[in-house]
Design a protein around this ligand. Structure first.
Ligand code: AMP
Ligand code: MG
Length: 325
């Protein structure tokens, strides 16, 4: 998400718990209930669909390069030395997912804390925080269409459940009417067509134009998303929510050694950080898969109608701001 969609005055950015007024505490508690409901609903859906729930890791040699992605805006990458090895804080668990889904867990999900020190100028977009949680999942041998069906079912189930069980919370947040249960079979757009129609600002324009969630496909980005070298098309996708924007990114993945190696070289990504993935791919042990990551704070932010997604965090992570907690 590269476009600044809105600018929230600095004085209105989410505050830490100890600075909230009484009415702000009530609102915070209400959003907290929507968060709890959402986490229970989605994790149940994944477990009931045969997924295994993996616990996350915070430090690894391999993490998401977040490059090349035109939407990335990272101010600082955190690397520390432990036991004589350089490790990085988790930017996403994509590499872990590719390896774990290939070797042991064919259907997996993780509630994964991601640390991305976003540039301080992103404080006011309302869509960026420097620590967030992805519901990150991967399915061996799945196609993009399989993932679309899974996510559409999950979103429809979640919104219908919320409208039934969280009526008073949604009413307090003035979201009862605004939040509509989407219909299955979300529209699919090609990024090239959106750029032709809306220009460089297509993300913001699309988010304000749509009334229902939509898929956007064919987005050039990191090496692990599947690229058809023949047509130049990428078999990947983002989910856009109406009046909000991107909430999920995912893809069918590369699994062939020669393509992974070529793309890592092409992107100028440090090979040594991905040596295990490269080795396993060379041995034919990386299996085809598809998956995605849902930004939990963005999803709950959309449901609750917040101005800034850090409102969904007990301990707000607004870019450029550091509080004691
Ligand atoms: P990505 O694969 O980088 O697009 O990340 C997956 C999802 O995580 C995105 O679709 C967003 O919902 C969420 N996300 C990414 N970056 C941030 C951020 N800085 N703050 C909050 N959520 C984010
Ligand atoms: Mg994305």
């Amino acid at each position: 998400m590269k476009t600044v969609q809105q600018t929230i005055p600095a004085s209105e950015l989410p505050k830490p718990l100890d600075q909230l007024t009484e009415s702000e505490i009530e609102r915070k508690a209400c959003i907290g209930k929507v968060m709890t409901y959402t986490l229970r609903n989605l994790t149940n859906k994944f477990v009931d669909s045969g997924f295994q729930w993996l616990l996350p890791v915070a430090l690894s040699q391999s993490t998401d390069p977040l490059w090349p992605d035109p939407g990335a805006s990272i101010e600082k990458r955190i690397e520390v030395d432990i036991y004589g090895h350089q490790v990085r804080t988790t930017a996403s668990m994509i590499i872990h997912k590719l390896i774990a889904s290939s070797l042991v867990y064919p259907k997996l999900f993780i509630l994964s804390p991601n640390i991305r020190i976003e540039k301080a100028e992103r404080a006011q977009t309302g869509k960026h925080i420097y620590e967030f949680t992805q519901l990150d999942f991967e399915v061996q041998n799945a196609t993009s269409k399989d993932i679309f069906a899974l996510v559409e079912d999950a979103l429809i189930g979640l919104v219908s459940g919320l409208k039934c069980d969280m009526k008073s919370e949604l009413t307090a947040l003035c979201r009862c009417d605004a939040l509509q249960v989407p219909k299955k079979g979300f529209k699919i757009y090609d990024k090239e067509d959106l750029e032709a129609e809306y220009g460089a600002n297509w993300e913001a324009e699309l988010a304000s134009a749509i009334k229902d969630p939509v898929w956007v496909t064919n987005i050039p980005r990191e090496f692990y998303d599947f690229e058809d070298f023949g047509t130049g098309k990428w078999d990947n996708y983002d989910l856009f929510l109406p009046q909000f924007g991107e909430v999920l990114s995912g893809a069918k993945r590369e699994w062939e050694y020669s393509k992974i190696f070529k793309k890592i070289e092409r992107d100028g990504v440090r090979k040594e950080n991905y040596s295990l993935l490269i080795k396993l791919a060379k041995e034919g042990k990386i299996k085809p898969s598809a998956g995605a990551g849902i930004g939990i704070e963005r999803l709950v932010g959309w449901i609750a109608g917040v101005r800034h997604i850090a409102e969904t965090q007990p301990f707000p992570r607004v870019p450029g701001r550091v509080h004691q907690l």
